[in-house]
Design a protein around this ligand. Structure first.
Ligand SMILES: Cc1cc2nc3c(=O)[nH]c(=O)nc-3n(C[C@H](O)[C@H](O)[C@H](O)COP(=O)(O)O)c2cc1C
Length: 180
C-alpha cells in the first residue's frame, strides 16, 4: 500500500472492540510517528497510555471539571470507556527562542496524525477525541502534566468492529490551493 492509498483509506472509527495494541506493539508505531518534521528536533511531545482504571479516573476528572451530577455526570464519566486504550497526546513545550509554541504544537499534532494513520493502516480502529474539558485543571492534574504541558486530546484505539462504506471523497483540492 502506498502512503497515498493509506491516507485515502483511513477513516475514524467511533466504535471499537475491546482489543487494543499492547505497550510493546505500540512502540514501533510511535518510533515511526516520531520522524515527523520537528524544527530544532525539540521533540516537544509525549504520549500517555490510559488503560483499565486510568480511563475511569479520566471520567471522574471530566465530571469534576464539568460540575455535573446525577445521570449527566454518570454519562460523562463513561465516555473514556469507549475504548480499552486511550493515548493522551501531550504537547510538552520546550524553551526555545527560535521555535515558538505554535510550531511545537504543530509537531505534536503531526505525531498524533501520523500515529493515527499508522495504527489505521495496521488494522486498528482509531478516533481522535477532545472535548470541552480537555484543558481543564482536573484533567491536567489527572494526567500529572507539568506546567509547560497541554493536552491535544486522546486517540481512542481498539479493534475494528464495523466496516463502514467507503468514505465519500468529493474534496475539491483546487479550492484550497492558491498561488501568489
Ligand atoms: C484535535 C482533534 C480533536 C477532535 N475531537 C473530536 C471530538 O471530541 N469528537 C468528535 O466527534 N470528533 C473529534 N475530532 C474529529 C474526529 O477525530 C474525526 O476526524 C472526524 O470524526 C472525521 O472522521 P474522519 O477522520 O474519518 O474523516 C477531533 C479531531 C482532532 C484532530
Amino acid at each position: 500500500m502506498t502512503a497515498l492509498e493509506a491516507v485515502l483509506r483511513r477513516r475514524s472509527r467511533s466504535s471499537v472492540s475491546e482489543i487494543a495494541p499492547t505497550h510493546d506493539e505500540l512502540l514501533p508505531f510511535v518510533e515511526a510517528a516520531a520522524t515527523v518534521a520537528d524544527h530544532g528536533d525539540l521533540k516537544p511531545w509525549r504520549l500517555i497510555e490510559l488503560r483499565g482504571s486510568a480511563r475511569s479516573r479520566l471520567g471522574a476528572a471530566f465530571v469534576e471539571a464539568s460540575g455535573l451530577d446525577g445521570k449527566d455526570a454518570a454519562k460523562l464519566a463513561e465516555k473514556p470507556l469507549r475504548a480499552s486504550l486511550l493515548i493522551a497526546v501531550v504537547v510538552s513545550y520546550k524553551p526555545s527562542f527560535k521555535v515558538h509554541r505554535w510550531e511545537q504544537e504543530a509537531v505534536a499534532s503531526g505525531v498524533a496524525h501520523t500515529l493515527s494513520l499508522l495504527l489505521d493502516e495496521a488494522g486498528w480502529g482509531v478516533f481522535w477525541r477532545s472535548g470541552g474539558h480537555t484543558r481543564s485543571e482536573a484533567v491536567h492534574r489527572m494526567h500529572e502534566l507539568g506546567p509547560d504541558e497541554e493536552l491535544l486530546g486522546w486517540l481512542y484505539v481498539g479493534g475494528v468492529v464495523t466496516e463502514k462504506p467507503e468514505k465519500k471523497r468529493s474534496f475539491n483540492a483546487s479550492r484550497f490551493v492558491t498561488t501568489l
